[in-house]
Design a protein around this ligand. Structure first.
Ligand SMILES: [Zn+2]
Length: 263
């Protein structure tokens, strides 16, 4: 899809998205030192890059109603209005059976899951400088077993939207970092099992779950394609696979839409 020129130097790619997607907003920095965008009631900071551009990734929540939405870019004294179209998308519904203790939580596990949710929410609040470089690549070359956005009915009663992407993988298969970044968490979590989180900067985080082993630790700077863990089935998993989540400004986005961006 061609990038759409909003004004003399503001671009949105792609200009039509599906619920759960990410889009890229960019402008030549010119004399401006800062810029921000307004989209769906949220303010998004644009980051300056090494080649003198200002850019931001913008998330579209999976529950967004298909429509045209206004996008305002504020650069210096100027405001550039435009729209982004969110098209409708059908998400599949699947049934799965899990150990009952992982679906109906004991009071201790409820407390643990709530504490861990808070720990993660505090991570998403950080919006650090750009660490990624060039396009984002897949962590495994295997096929996808469960796509992003699939509605799952667990043990015939509890429903949850799958806010990540599952890659098939044998236990012990090396998992690669999507891009350059810094490890901000490696911890055994109730749902995610051994979970590794990489901060790519600009509010973007990659979350790798159910690992059998970590190959990187909190504070490590990692390169694109570097092995950061091994496939496993720790936490709430029915078999060995990699669950990859991508969080942008606290919103879970479809990793596929990130892989498609030309950066
Ligand atoms: Zn998953």
């Amino acid at each position: 899809m061609p990038a759409h020129v909003l004004a003399f130097h503001v671009m949105v790619t792609p200009e039509t998205v599906s619920p759960g997607d990410i889009f890229l907003l960019q402008t030549a920095a010119g004399p401006y030192t800062s810029a921000s965008a307004e989209f769906m009631g949220k303010t998004i900071k644009l980051h300056r890059t090494e080649n003198n551009r200002l850019l931001a990734f913008v998330p579209v929540d999976v529950n967004t109603t298909p429509s045209k939405y206004n996008l305002l870019v504020n650069v210096g004294e100027d405001t550039f209005p435009s729209t982004v179209t969110v098209q409708s998308k059908e998400f599949e519904t699947i049934h799965l059976t899990l150990p009952e203790g992982k679906v109906t939580l004991s009071p201790e596990n409820q407390k643990r899951a709530a504490d861990e949710a808070e720990l993660l929410n505090n991570i998403w609040k950080l919006n650090n400088d750009k660490k990624w470089n060039g396009g984002f690549s897949k962590p495994l070359s295997t096929e996808i077993s469960t796509e992003f956005g699939v509605k799952r009915i667990m043990n015939k009663k509890k429903t949850s939207v799958h806010r990540g992407m599952d890659f098939r993988g044998k236990e012990g298969t090396p998992v690669k970092s999507l891009n350059a970044g810094t490890v901000v968490l490696n911890k055994d979590l109730f749902y995610g099992g051994n979970t590794l989180i990489i901060d790519h900067g600009m509010g973007l985080y990659a979350v790798y779950m159910h690992l059998s082993e970590f190959r990187a630790a909190k504070g490590d700077k990692v390169a694109k394609g570097q092995t950061v863990g091994l496939v496993g089935m720790s936490g709430r998993a029915t078999g060995p696979h990699l669950h990859l989540s991508v969080k942008l400004n606290g919103v879970s986005v479809n990793p596929e839409s990130l892989f498609k961006l030309e950066l």
